[in-house]
Design a protein around this ligand. Structure first.
Ligand SMILES: [Zn+2]
Length: 375
């Protein structure tokens, strides 16, 4: 195979493409062009280094000439000459290249670390920002935000006012929220005629339960499990916090300047956006944890939420489109395992103050009252 390199002659800007061959202690170069010129590069007097993009070229320099050729082809014949200074230069250069490669790993590592740290710092700052903004936000804004959001959802027309259903639900909600009475929240429970197995909470205390959830739950413990979880989204102010963490850096200036009227405007303009928002995994597991703690405090059964998830999981195939609760509250294996771990040993359990069969039969009769063709 023909061996080719590039020759630079001092004073000429263009490289000359040459064939090379080791002859005695010299490199014979011949220009590749038709009937090209020839040069002799005396290796005794040449200085050797490695160069090129990947240090994969051998660079030989003598007075007035610099020649580049591929290291894989040229190194072996050069070593075979047994010239001491060439040997030494090859060894020295190889260890320099190895050192540079090591250093480039070190630099890449340091750069990566720096990026990771700045990411963490950004995250930390955002977290502190959300805390600061939440501290600047009076609970009355949560309530205003929740009510605005509820209106924007347009559920009012489908609200079920049947006292046989709403009263026991309200009674449960009252007991679940009693420990938070001094927090200034305004809990309002809404039962919506909707076959979806779903319940969700909006800031300030709006808790929405779909009739599909009551139809699908298999006992008061499952219902209170879901409600205790939703109450915690309100108490832990997850709605306001979610909006603030979405606003991120827009928030920074507002918080630094301490301009709460600006914050109020930012919050309320997000009311419709909140309707489409689902809570983060951290918020979900906090609501699970605190919800179970609340049930333990009331000495009510803690098993319901987990049982509910396990059953929904089995039914997932059959009634996918109605299982809205799973899309906003994904019952991942981790989440179920975490719930299982969080369950505290059963102490003297009180019975849940709800007549489940009365509620279910009222629900059955209620749905029969609806004439066919109406939703
Ligand atoms: Zn949730």
């Amino acid at each position: 195979m023909e061996q080719v390199g590039r020759l630079f002659i001092t004073g000429q800007p263009e490289a000359i493409l040459c064939r090379w061959e080791v002859v005695g202690a010299a490199l014979q170069l011949q220009e590749r062009a038709f009937e090209g010129r020839t040069w002799t590069l005396e290796l005794q007097r040449a200085r050797l280094s490695l160069g090129g993009f990947n240090e994969d070229q051998i660079v030989l320099q003598t007075e007035g000439m610099t020649f580049y050729a591929g290291r894989p082809e040229l190194e072996k014949p050069l070593r075979a000459l047994g010239l001491m200074h060439i040997h030494q230069a090859l060894g020295r250069e190889a260890s320099r290249v190895r050192h540079n490669v090591r250093m480039s790993y070190v630099w890449a590592g340091m750069l990566f670390l720096l990026l990771a740290l700045s990411g963490l710092f950004g995250w930390w700052v955002t977290d502190r920002m959300v805390d600061a903004a939440a501290a600047m936000t009076p609970v009355s804004w949560d309530i205003e935000l929740g009510r605005t959001c509820y209106k924007s959802l347009g559920f009012a027309a489908r609200e079920n006012h049947d006292p046989r259903l709403v009263r026991p639900l309200q009674n449960l909600a009252d007991q679940l929220t009693r420990p938070y009475q001094d927090q200034g929240l305004a809990f309002e429970i809404h039962l919506i005629n909707d076959p979806q197995v779903n319940a969700f909470a909006l800031p300030g205390g709006q808790i929405i339960v779909c009739t599909g959830l009551l139809e699908n739950a298999e006992g008061a413990d499952e219902l209170v499990g879901v409600l205790a979880h939703e109450v915690q989204h309100v108490v832990q102010r997850h709605g306001v916090r979610s909006i603030y963490s979405q606003l991120r850096w827009q928030l920074a200036l507002t918080v630094l300047v301490g301009d709460s009227s600006q914050l109020h405007a930012q919050l309320l303009s997000s009311a419709t956006f909140l309707a489409g928002l689902s809570y983060s995994r951290d918020h979900e597991s906090e609501a699970d944890r605190q919800g179970l703690a609340l049930l333990a405090q009331l000495q009510w059964s803690q098993q319901g939420l987990l049982k509910f998830f396990q059953r929904l999981d089995k039914q997932q195939g059959e009634m996918e489109k109605h299982l809205k609760y799973l899309s906003t509250h994904p019952a991942s294996a981790e989440r179920k395992a975490a719930l299982e771990k969080m369950l505290s040993p059963v102490s003297a359990e009180k019975s849940i103050p709800l007549d489940w069969s009365a509620l279910r039969s009222a629900l059955g009769r209620g749905s029969q009252d609806v004439s066919p063709g109406r939703q």
